[in-house]
Design a protein around this ligand. Structure first.
Ligand code: UDP
Length: 456
C-alpha cells in the first residue's frame, strides 16, 4: 500500500473561509489522507473554544495547528489593511518553518500538496519555493473569479480604469448565460474610493495566486454554471462542500452554535419559518436593525434570526421598545446557528440571506427560496444568479434613504412565501445539487479523481 499522503490546508483568517475549508478537509481526511489545518493563532483559539466537548475524540481526524499572524492579541483584526499587511509580512516565513518542522520530525513524511484558499495565495508562493504541489480553493462566487481573470483585458480595452471603476456607463457581459455586471456589482465595488482601491488590489493578488496554482478546486458544481466553469482554466468543481456527511460538530465556528433553535424549529409547522442570517461580516446600523425587527413582526410569520456580535458592530443588539415581549411566541433569536441543519429543517420556509457564497450554496442545496440582502463583495452578483438566472428568490430594495424598510421586508417575505414558481425552482435545483455530490455525480467524480491524484 502507498504511504499515507499528507496535505497542508490554509484558510484565509475569516469565518466564511475557515468553515468551508474545514468541511473540505474532513472530506479529504475521510479518504485516509493526513490533513494539517493551519489557522492563525487568533482564529485557532476561537475555533477550539467553540468546539463542543463531544468533538474531542474526532479531533484526531485532522490536525489543527496555528501560526502567528504578526499582530498583538489586542490589535484590531477588523482593520483589513493592517491585518493583510501583517499576514503578508510574517505568515509566509511562519508557514515555511512549520512545514520544515513537520519534515524534520519525520523524514518519511509525504507532504504531497499545499491546499490554500485563493484569499491566502501567499501560501502557494511558499509551496512553490519549497517545491511542493499547489492547489488553490475558490470559496467565493466563481463568476467573480472569471471576471477577475478578465480584468487585464478590461483595462486594456478602456472599459474599466486601473482602480476598477467603469469608464463608460455600461454593463460588462462575459457570456450570455452569466449575469451582466453593473458598476455596483463588482466584487471590489465600494462607495468609499480608498476602500475600493484596497479591494481592487485583491484582484491582482488573485491573478498572481491563480498563476501559482496547479489546480483550482471550486465550491460549486458544474451543472450550476457550466458557462462560468468554461471561463476558468484549471477549475475543478467539487461542491457543494457539506458538513452533513461528516462530523457535524466539527464546523470551524468562531462562536458556539446554539442548537436550541433546532428544538424550537421542531415545534413549528412545516414550511412556516423565515430564517434570517446575514453571514459573519454584515454590519447593520441601529435604524436598520429596528426596521428589520419591525418588518419581521409585521409579517406575523414565525422567524429565526441570527444576530452575531458582528451584525451590530460589536455592540449588544438594541431592539425597538417592547419588541422582544411582543414576539416572544413568534420568533427566536440566536447568536450563531447550526446553519446547514437549520436550512435542512422542514419548518424553514425561506432564507433571508446576504448571499455570501457559502450561504448561497447551502440554501440552494437545501431547496430554500431566498430573500436577498447583499452587503458587499461578490454578494451583489450572487443575488443576480439567485433572482435572475436560477429564479429561486427575490431581492429587497432600499428606499431613498438607503434603508430597507419594515414594509419592504414584510411585503417581500409574504410575496416570496406565496410564490409557488420560486418554490418549485428551488426544489428542482436542490435535486441537481444533491445529484452532483452523490455517487456518480459530477462533483463526486471530480473529487474522487482529486483524491486519486493525492494518493499517487
Ligand atoms: N453560518 C453559521 N451559522 C450562522 C450563520 C452563518 O454556521 O448562524 C455559516 C454559514 O453556514 C456559512 C458561513 O457561516 O457557511 C458564512 O459564510 P458566507 O460565505 O455565507 O458569508 P460570510 O460570513 O463569509 O460573509
Amino acid at each position: 500500500m502507498a504511504r499515507q499522503p499528507h496535505v497542508i490546508v490554509i484558510p484565509h483568517a475569516a469565518q466564511g473561509h475557515v468553515a468551508p475549508l474545514m468541511k473540505l478537509s474532513l472530506q479529504i481526511a475521510a479518504h485516509g489522507v493526513k490533513v494539517t489545518f493551519v489557522n492563525t493563532e487568533f482564529i485557532h483559539e476561537k475555533v477550539m473554544a467553540s468546539l463542543p466537548a463531544k468533538v474531542e475524540e474526532e479531533k484526531r481526524l485532522i490536525s489543527l495547528v496555528s501560526i502567528p499572524d504578526g499582530l498583538e492579541p489586542e490589535d484590531d483584526r477588523q482593520d483589513f489593511v493592517k491585518l493583510t499587511e501583517s499576514i503578508l509580512r510574517v505568515m509566509p516565513g511562519n508557514l515555511r518553518n512549520l512545514i520544515e518542522n513537520i519534515k524534520r520530525s519525520d523524514v518519511d513524511e509525504q507532504i504531497v500538496c499545499v491546499i490554500a484558499d485563493m484569499a491566502a495565495g501567499w501560501a502557494l508562493e511558499v509551496a512553490n519555493e519549497m517545491g511542493i504541489k499547489r492547489v488553490a480553493v475558490l470559496l467565493s462566487g466563481p463568476a467573480s473569479m472569471a471576471l477577475a481573470l478578465h480584468v487585464p483585458q478590461l483595462i486594456d480595452a478602456g472599459i474599466i480604469d486601473t482602480d476598477g471603476t467603469l469608464i463608460k456607463d455600461e454593463s460588462i457581459i462575459l457570456s450570455e448565460d452569466i449575469p451582466a455586471w453593473r458598476s455596483s456589482d463588482f466584487s471590489w465595488s465600494c462607495s468609499d474610493p480608498v476602500m475600493q482601491k484596497v479591494l481592487f488590489v485583491y484582484v491582482s493578488t488573485a491573478l498572481k495566486t491563480f498563476k501559482f496554482a496547479d489546480q483550482l478546486l471550486c465550491n460549486t458544481f458544474y451543472e450550476l454554471d457550466s458557462s462560468v466553469m468554461k471561463l476558468i482554466p484549471k477549475a475543478i468543481p467539487i461542491g457543494p462542500f457539506l458538513a452533513s456527511n461528516h462530523i457535524e460538530a466539527f464546523a470551524g465556528n468562531f462562536c458556539p452554535e446554539d442548537s436550541t433553535c433546532l428544538s424550537w424549529l421542531d415545534k413549528q409547522p412545516a414550511g412556516s419559518v423565515v430564517y434570517v442570517a446575514l453571514g459573519s461580516t454584515t454590519i447593520l446600523n441601529p435604524q436598520q436593525v429596528d426596521e428589520l425587527a419591525l418588518g419581521l413582526e409585521l409579517t406575523g410569520i414565525p422567524f429565526l434570526w441570527v444576530i452575531s456580535s458582528n451584525l451590530t458592530n460589536g455592540s449588544t443588539a438594541k431592539f425597538p421598545e417592547g419588541f422582544i415581549d411582543r414576539v416572544a411566541d413568534l420568533g427566536k433569536i440566536v447568536e450563531w446557528a447550526p446553519q446547514e441543519k437549520v436550512l435542512a429543517h422542514p419548518s424553514v420556509a425561506c432564507f433571508v440571506s446576504h448571499c455570501g457564497w457559502n450561504s448561497t450554496l447551502e440554501g440552494l442545496t437545501m431547496g430554500k427560496p431566498f430573500l436577498c440582502w447583499p452587503y458587499f463583495a461578490d454578494q451583489f452578483h450572487n443575488r443576480s444568479y439567485i433572482c435572475d438566472v436560477w429564479k429561486i428568490g427575490l431581492a429587497v430594495d432600499k428606499d431613498e434613504n438607503g434603508i430597507i424598510t419594515r414594509n419592504e421586508m414584510s411585503t417581500k417575505i409574504k410575496t416570496l412565501i406565496s410564490s409557488d414558481g420560486i418554490k418549485a425552482n428551488a426544489l428542482q435545483l436542490k435535486e441537481v445539487a444533491r445529484k452532483s455530490v452523490n455517487e456518480g455525480g459530477s462533483s463526486f467524480k471530480n473529487f474522487t479523481s482529486f483524491i486519486e491524484l493525492i494518493w499517487h
